[in-house]
Design a protein around this ligand. Structure first.
Ligand code: NAD
Length: 335
């Protein structure tokens, strides 16, 4: 069993913990949090050993009658891998601790790429992370783009990708985020950081990205145009994408008109927290105009990186090859 620590038990961390627990070859040693709140209470109720992430604040858990198992250092020391799911920038600060205990670490997409030896997407570059000590699982949007570009590039060759990302203003629980009533070019200058981030996975790909922020919380939406090196017809591309386990090609008969109905579908499926681990791509939007491929895909920002973290754990520990890992993860989660 691979012994996994989760440092940072928020939106991403709690989902990764639950996903790791579902794997036949992994166990959660414990989770670390900075301060008590409902997520800390639930972590203990769910049977996770809870560690205090910051020594000075450890007493707050006792004050709130929440039992802790120790400090984060002890958690890191006894784990084979640590998944750092702390807010952007904190992962880089934690790196020295992971090095001190010689525990390989996974970071999230909010960290800058240079925190890690390799940026990771299971579909695109699993092998690059094999045996690495510091791996960054790329952001939700970069994960979604990588899953789409990998098969297109392998099958047809990508000459140029242009993507407009309509981004949710914040996650549903991020009460302080916005905009509330606006449409923001974000950033106003081009490219948005997503294009360069995709290049950490595909250094050779020519991609321009534009970002917008809108008053929505459920998901991101990508409006995609990829100029291919050949001109397959749309049905052929649909067949290709339907063969990708982490792309859900929404069948026309589902009559799903947007992200609200997608989330409703995920809840009907009984998915934990209504999560959608796959890219959700509208089959009917797949269009070919000469060499130009077009589509719309929605990305569930809170969950699409979860399966990637699980695969990255197997990559750094060298315990499975890409195909085996993705299959195991998918089977355990129900992807
Ligand atoms: P979050 O704020 O929901 O959770 C972070 C957790 O870490 C919180 O519980 C916070 O209390 C805790 N924390 C803060 N400082 C800490 C410390 N020093 N040690 C341990 N824990 C600490 O954030 P999130 O949305 O889960 O994001 C985490 C990372 O994942 C970021 O890099 C983010 O960019 C990335 N990410 C987020 C999303 C998303 O949509 N939420 C999607 C993909 C990637």
């Amino acid at each position: 069993m691979i012994r996994v620590a989760i440092n940072g038990y928020g939106t991403i961390g709690k989902r990764v913990a639950d996903a790791v627990r579902e794997q036949p070859d992994m166990e959660v040693v414990g989770v670390a949090k900075t301060s008590p709140n409902f997520e800390a209470v639930r972590a203990v109720e769910k049977g996770y050993d809870l560690y205090a992430a910051i020594e000075d604040r450890a007493g707050k858990f006792a004050d709130a009658d929440i039992e802790t198992a120790g400090l984060v250092d002890e958690l890191v020391a006894q784990s084979d891998v640590v998944v750092d799911a702390t807010p952007s920038g904190i992962g880089a600060e934690n790196k020295a601790m992971y090095d001190e205990y010689e525990t390989p670490a996974l970071y999230q997409g909010g960290e800058s790429a240079d925190v890690a030896d390799v940026s990771f997407n299971a579909r695109s570059n699993y092998d690059k992370a094999r045996g690495a000590d510091h791996v960054r699982v790329v952001s939700c949007n970069t994960t979604g783009l990588s899953r789409l570009l990998a098969p297109l590039d392998e099958e047809y060759g990508v000459e140029k990708a242009r993507v407009t990302l309509v981004r949710r203003g914040g996650d549903p629980s991020q009460t302080g985020r916005g905009p509330i009533n606006d449409i923001l070019p974000n950033p106003i200058t081009l490219p948005s950081h997503h294009g360069p981030d995709v290049k950490t996975i595909f250094p050779e790909i020519d991609i321009d990205t534009l970002g917008l922020k809108v008053p929505a919380t459920l998901m991101h939406m990508h409006s995609v145009n990829v100029t291919l090196e050949t001109a397959p017809d749309a049905d052929e591309v649909l067949d290709l994408l339907e063969g990708e386990s982490r792309i859900f090609c929404i069948p026309p008969e589902f009559d799903i008109d947007g992200t609200g109905q997608l989330k409703e579908y995920a809840k009907d499926l009984g998915r934990p927290r209504g999560d959608i681990w796959e890219n959700a791509l509208w089959s009917e939007s797949i269009t070919m105009e000469g060499n130009d491929f077009y589509c719309f895909q929605a990305i569930h920002q809170e969950s699409d990186v979860v399966s990637e973290n699980v695969d990255a754990i197997r990559a750094v520990t060298g315990s499975a090859d890409a195909e085996e890992s993705v299959q195991t993860t998918n089977d355990a989660l129900g992807i």
